[in-house]
Design a binder for this molecule. Sequence first.
Ligand SMILES: O=C1CCN([C@@H]2O[C@H](COP(=O)(O)O)[C@@H](O)[C@H]2O)C(=O)N1
Ligand SMILES: [Zn+2]
Length: 354
Amino acid sequence: MQFEDHPHRRFNQLTGEWVLVSPHRTKRPWQGQQEQPDRATLPAYDKQCYLCPGNGRAGGAVNPDYADTFVFTNDFAALLPEGAEQPPATDNHSLLVAEPETGVCRVICYSPRHDLTLARLGAAQAAKVVDLWCEESVSLGSRADIGYVQIFENRGQAMGCSNPHPHGQIWATRSVPMIPAAEDRRQHAHRAEKGTCLLCDYLSLELARGERIVFENDSFAALVPFWAVWPFETMILPKAHLADVAAMDPAQRRDLADAMVRLNIRYDNLFETSFPYSMGIHQAPSDGADHPHWHFHLHYYPPLLRSRTVRKFMVGYEMMAMPQRDLTAEAAAARLREQPEVHYMDLPDAGENA
Ligand SMILES: O=C1CCN([C@@H]2O[C@H](COP(=O)(O)O)[C@@H](O)[C@H]2O)C(=O)N1
Ligand SMILES: [Zn+2]
């Protein structure tokens, strides 16, 4: 019996946390999908949609008749650029610590099409989203009051996404949020100890091993990390040592767009449904300092476990003790590797029972 066949825990080099893995519980044969493919379609334009071109938004603003990407400041932003100079009243007790937080929240529409997610927008349109992420990251990051730019996307109702229109968000904050701060410390410690980049070392190991690689192109690799928590969690990593998205050259930006589209197609094909996830980009803080230990990367955290309707919940033991999974990272990577890169809705027989 291999070590991997027994319950064991794996160390996340990026965060310094552990995940419990119980592979023996997946000995039962894979319960393939029981449901029919999800062939529901949306209109290309929805006059009720607050993200569609030309429509009014809840706050009263009206969207331009945009033909490509479109970005606006969130009408209900969780952060404001100007904040109280003083921390909230905490009757000065040392156990009650609070401090002001300020920032800017932006909403990015990937395309005027209400119905096409990244998986079906194609790499050319996805490249325009990457370009806009880079522009926003530079303009927000260059502000004296912004220390970190968090690019992310909630996809699907399962992830609380309020609108199917393909879109993402950027929250830029004065301080570096907890998770990027933890990854910053781990990458810094690795470089201080070994003189090398943690993710350069990790990616070359994974490319040599192959068992957790999903696919690669010239500039990026998509993989299920050895320490994955969510069943089909993946990362997209640049092969070059790039600290943030602005460091990409045009070819690398196009390759990132290619990698995101290919991963999205594989995800949607897994259970023949629009695969929900939260995606985020971790990159170097934007404080203007040099961050040689930083290697930017994308995380995908998808909740689905066995089918369109069977999802993983992080509750109970996972809230009180630590994350736990049955499906191993290697098995998840194999399932994603075997997915075709033509979207199930674009397959020839898609029209028959549409
Ligand atoms: O008219 C609107 C409605 C939604 N929004 C904003 O769009 C954002 C979309 O959120 P989701 O990505 O979670 O669906 C959400 O943060 C919400 O505040 C506007 O800025 N204007
Ligand atoms: Zn729309």
